[in-house]
Design a binder for this molecule. Structure first.
Ligand code: SF4
Length: 449
């Protein structure tokens, strides 16, 4: 029996697909990357944008056609669109055998057996307590492990569908997460990323209301093989002084925060139900930057939110100029069915204006990127090598998330290399290898740039 998994959306979905693959392999299934030869096709969906949802529906239509050639084929849909649409997917797509949720994906093999009995069904049981380090997994990377530490979101930003598809925040126990870190350590992994919709809310639901991401980072750093610890995505009001301190003093903690702001106008932030002001956010950036050496910040912004005036937009422009992001994802607002903003706010900013604001901000950010990258020219940085780019060169990342492109005759994926930067752009840095991990004395290597 062969299975094929197609994953849409974020790293949390990727991590859940890794576990489903592991569970199925343990039950004797074989992974295939060719849907044409699969007996079982799983679509792990994303609902964040309408575009992703439409992409899923297009994909279901395509895979349904394969059933004409292979009547034994089972098709399943999981992830956020499945949570949002539930039985509607079964009604709309007769080739789909079952739909399942974001907290019971570990039962994928039992679901398959049930479908083979000829039943079409939906199952959205919350089995959060069964998400443990004991679950088998098939990690896609051989050097970078991804660990979902907290599920769900309590924030209810008015434009966002996630709280409705992933339910309330629930943190996994520290001991269980450490067992997963141990798994990656024992298998020689160099990097891990702690994942969550609001990763810095981790542990608030343990009773005392205090976030505990700092404790996780401190404990994970004790594992010898693990050299870098990333965390993604942060919410501004959950970042504590303890977390900033841990990141500043722990050489293995990544010096990068992905800290979405979404807008620079207090008016719009309020309408979005983001729970901070522009001033709070900028003060937080100042605190992080003054405490964590070489830190970089990346962010997300939505332009053209309902009611966004030119003045509101200029507040966002001002924020972007002051934040000096290392990377910025900009999106034009589009209403998501099922959210508060789609229900109560008129999408009244014309597409033309949204697009103009998008371009304006993008140009400012490009200039900032270029200026920030100039600091790296002629410097030597330490990166962990990742896969090849399309051009055939390799890509690596510094501990503060700068992307570096360089040529390498050897495949050193997962290894440290030192690269001298000789060219910059508004995107990656470019350079040449000065030394490889095998030449370095790791007792003396600094993990900073
Ligand atoms: S914090 Fe807001 S944007 Fe992020 S997942 Fe939660 S509701 Fe969505």
């Amino acid at each position: 029996m062969k299975f094929f998994i197609r994953t849409f959306g974020c790293q949390m979905n990727v991590n859940e697909s890794e576990i489903m693959a592991g569970v199925l392999e343990k039950e004797g299934f074989e992974w295939t990357e060719n849907p044409q030869e699969a007996d079982f096709i799983i679509l792990n969906s994303c609902a964040v944008r309408e575009k992703a949802e439409h992409k899923l529906y297009g994909a279901i239509g395509y895979y349904e056609k394969l059933k004409k050639k292979n009547e034994n084929l089972v098709i399943a849909v999981g992830g956020c669109v499945a949570e949002k649409e539930r039985k509607n997917i079964l009604k709309r797509f007769h080739g789909v055998d079952f739909v399942f949720g974001t907290r019971n994906y570990m039962d994928i093999s039992e679901f398959y057996n049930k479908a083979k009995e000829g039943k079409r069904f939906s199952d959205f049981t919350d089995k959060f307590d069964n998400i443990t380090a004991e679950l088998p997994k098939h990690p896609y990377s051989k050097h970078h492990g991804w660990i979902n530490i907290i599920y769900g979101c309590n924030k209810y930003c008015t434009y966002c569908i996630v709280p409705y598809t992933r339910s309330f925040e629930k943190s996994r126990p520290i001991e269980d997460i450490m067992n997963e870190v141990k798994y990656y350590n024992d298998n020689g992994y160099r990097e891990i990323t702690f994942l969550g919709q609001n990763v810095d809310s981790y542990g608030k639901d343990f009773g005392d209301g205090k976030p505990k991401l700092n404790i996780l980072i401190r404990e994970a750093a004790k594992f010898e093989s693990i050299k870098r610890i990333w965390f993604l995505t942060s919410y501004p009001t959950d970042i504590t002084d303890d977390l900033i301190e841990e990141i500043s003093k722990n050489p293995k903690a990544a010096k990068n925060f992905h800290l979405p702001v979404q807008a620079g106008s207090d008016n719009i932030l309020k309408k979005m139900n983001r729970r901070y002001t522009k001033e709070f956010y900028l003060d937080l950036l100042d605190k992080i930057k003054s405490n964590v050496e070489n830190v970089t910040i990346s962010g997300d912004i939505i332009v053209g939110f309902p009611g966004e005036t030119d003045e509101d937009f200029m507040e966002t422009v001002d924020l972007v100029k002051r934040a000096r992001y290392e990377r910025l994802n900009i999106a034009e607002y589009s209403p998501r069915e099922g959210t508060i903003s789609a229900k109560y706010y008129e999408d009244n900013i014309p597409k033309r204006i949204k697009n103009k604001r998008f371009q304006y901000l993008m140009n400012i950010q490009k200039q900032i990127n270029h200026e920030e990258n100039e600091k790296y020219l002629d410097k030597t940085v330490l990166v962990i090598q990742e896969n090849k780019t399309k051009s055939g060169a390799y890509l690596g990342r510094t501990i503060n998330n700068k992307v570096v492109i360089f040529e390498s005759e050897e495949n050193l994926v997962g290894k440290f290399v030192k690269v001298k930067i000789n060219k910059i752009s508004a995107g990656p840095l470019y350079g040449e290898i000065i030394s490889k991990e095998t030449d370095l004395n790791f007792e003396k290597v600094e993990y900073y740039i």
